[in-house]
Design a protein around this ligand. Structure first.
Ligand code: FEO
Length: 404
């Protein structure tokens, strides 16, 4: 079992989770995810972040610690930056193996230790700027970064190595295999992880983008040399890459996003699909990049990632039982819950006996601050005039996205 040394006194141990389970019970992880923990050795030993016992994470991380002559029973301080169970689910088992270790978290984190795990002893509450002296000159500092993405979240800073243990912040989906540092992956692998970082951000963190910006401001003066998150690769060669990436992702929540369009559509018998094809011809004629997603065939996780980053959306839905086609109603509901705001949007759709989708759609998007390019409907199959109007609407949307 390999461990990875960030410095001679900081060891990264990670578990690759490869499972058909959904992350948070919602998000598919077909290429897995890593759970990272970090052992910091002074005269005392701290373990930063735990894991849930998932895909034998306990065996993987326990084996990594053993390869460095460590064991859960040798840990003096267990630092829990964040209490979501992917980083704390094994806490009772840890406590059984190590009754003496002090568990360190923010006040809200300690409340979760008590409520989730019914542990009451050897708990230490820390607040912003507090330090933990491990001896031998190794001193950890804690910074509260609430709502990235749970209220109790903090990060841990180690100044000698310049390592920021950032928990979920700067994380990614994707298992790591036998490597963990950014300079160990190929450009193609970085392309993969960039996509998985965006999907992770859009799925898990995007709702809290204001807090991401606030947290990054709080940490701006730290001379960060290594970004060590709890999911995904450790950035030691180009830490600025992941910091910039998260800053850009956070900006999508308020700004127009990239000059791209996400086309999201559902169709019962192909009539709405004919409209989508016409819209896409218009977008292509204008030369604006687009992604295309059919629901319910495609999982919302990928739909959300492209919609979050794109400045423009096409939402295409037939009327179904006098209302929005249910898979598209789900998409819009997720967009509302995830605060996919500020987009330029074209809505289209076919109806059979009578419309109804438009009315429900307009009520559903209230509060999202979307700019509507048009909302086009037609009866049955689109006729020649409909197709001309749809293609023109696609072009108009593309030009609006390009010129924002
Ligand atoms: Fe990776 Fe919010 O837990």
């Amino acid at each position: 079992m390999r461990t990875d040394r960030i410095s001679d006194f900081i060891h990264c141990v990670h578990a690759d989770i490869e499972t058909t389970d959904l992350f948070e019970g919602i998000w598919p992880i077909p290429q897995g995810v890593s759970l990272n923990a970090y052992a910091v050795r002074g005269e005392k030993i701290a373990l930063i972040d735990l894991f849930r016992d998932w895909s034998d994470a306990a065996g993987q991380i326990g084996g990594g610690l053993a390869s460095e002559g460590l064991d859960f029973s040798l840990v003096d301080y267990l630092i829990l930056n964040h209490l979501e169970p992917d980083h704390s689910g094994w806490l009772r088992e840890f406590r059984e193996r190590n009754p003496r270790a002090e568990i360190i978290a923010t006040a809200k984190g300690i409340n979760l230790v008590k409520s989730f795990y019914k542990i009451e002893d050897s708990l230490r509450t820390v607040k912003n700027g507090d330090t933990l002296d491990l001896g031998g000159g190794k001193i950890l500092t804690f910074f509260e970064v609430p709502n990235i993405h749970w209220p109790e979240t903090m990060v841990t800073w180690e100044p000698l190595s310049g390592t920021l243990f950032s928990c979920d912040a700067f994380g990614s989906f994707g298992a790591l295999g036998n490597r963990i540092f950014d300079d160990e992956f190929t450009p193609e692998e970085h392309d993969f992880f960039e996509k998985e970082t965006l999907r992770y951000y859009a799925n898990i963190v995007a709702s809290f983008s204001t807090f991401v910006e606030r947290g990054m401001q709080k940490l701006a003066d730290l001379p960060i040399k290594v970004v060590a998150p709890s999911h995904g690769m450790v950035w030691r060669k180009n830490p600025q890459t992941i910091l910039d990436r998260y800053r850009r992702y956070a900006s999508y929540a308020k700004g127009p996003g990239e000059k791209e369009i996400a086309v999201i559509w559902g169709s019962m018998y192909g009539n709405t699909k004919l409209g989508v094809d016409a819209v896409v011809r218009g977008i292509e004629a204008a030369g604006v990049p687009y992604s295309i997603h059919r629901v319910p065939d495609e999982n919302i996780s990928w739909v959300l990632a492209d919609a979050y980053k794109s400045g423009g959306l096409v939402l295409a839905m037939p009327t179904y039982e006098y209302a929005v086609f249910p898979p598209m109603a789900y998409v819009i509901d997720i967009f509302r819950r995830k605060h996919i705001t500020g987009k330029t949007v074209l809505r289209i759709g076919s109806w059979g006996w009578v419309g109804g989708a438009k009315k429900e759609y307009q009520a559903a998007i209230e509060g999202l601050s979307w700019t509507s390019v048009d909302s086009l409907e037609w009866a049955g199959a689109p006729g020649p005039e409909d197709l001309v109007a749809l293609e023109a609407a696609g072009r108009k949307l593309a030009e609006a996205v390009r010129n924002r």
